[in-house]
Ligand binder design. Sequence first.
Ligand code: 13P
Ligand code: SF4
Length: 348
Amino acid sequence: DEDERTERIEAALAELGDDVVVLGHNYQRREIVEHADFVGDSYQLSKEAANTDADYVVFGGVTFMAESADIITDDDQSVILPSMEASCPMAGMAEALQVDAVWAEITDAAPDADIVPVTYMNSYADLKAFCAEQGGLVCTSSNAHEAFEYAFDRGDTVLFLPDKHLGENTAHRLGMADRTVVWDPWDPDGRDAADVVDNDVILWDGYCQVHERFRESHVEAIREERPDANVVVHPECRREVVEAADVVGSTATIRRTVAEADPGETWAIGTELHLAKHLDRWYPEVEVLPLCGDACMDCNAMRQIDPNYLTWVLEELTEGRERNVIEVAPEEKRLAQVALDRMLEVDP
Ligand code: 13P
Ligand code: SF4
């Protein structure tokens, strides 16, 4: 039962002491975040990984986050993901091989175009490495704006991957909405590369299935039912949802917004369901509602991190066995680090 499991996790953590640090993303379930040394958004967790001296970083999150932690930590530190099945579907929507092919098509069609690729943290290490090679960088939902500015200092066009919604929302903030295009290069009726390059921002056609479910009608319904409610959403939501909301930001911004609300305020949360539940528990003086009621989803990738797996990897560590180590290949790691370092430079 849960009490027994909690005791086992605590005993293993006590035995491992400073050798282990547990990082938990805001979307992890309660039974994981309760054991985390640090809970935060993707950017905060990557900074925690960069700063820790622990031998083992046990990551409550998804594969791309654990890969980034492996890239950022030293070679003698191990990053452990309690389940190897925790893969973000959006990260899988832009495979480096596909992006390579598209890049070749664009550069053939417009050899003089000065394009800088920017990839969302929610991507695999080989794509981050590709971006570094082409002069680009990584961003998270909390610094996409700064990453675009970095790219526009160095080129004329940004190719943003994989999340079209974060890309579109960022282009809007920069006043570039009219010169932004979503491109599916495999659409037979779609535009060709030469035409597409004549834009400021080219968006890969990826999305997060959790955030795509939010609709403007959900915001309208909340406003009608609860005129006193405020609405905060993640920038992976569709443009019209972001436009209808009061606040938009990363999961850390969403948490801060509720933490700083006055007692008695009501906030509807447009993001993954676990974070809405945490906020309800963490800030009882604020009324927290999921933005789309029962239609709100939890993330099936995040959900793979079962507390039983956390128990297993920690107990194995106490026996000297490292399970589920996430290791990025050396050359990929070196290049991906360049792309991550550029992000840490633009947003220290
Ligand atoms: P944050 O960087 O805002 O924590 O977002 C991560 C994520 O996967 C959102 O879907
Ligand atoms: Fe990926 Fe969406 Fe899950 Fe975030 S919430 S990890 S973007 S599937």
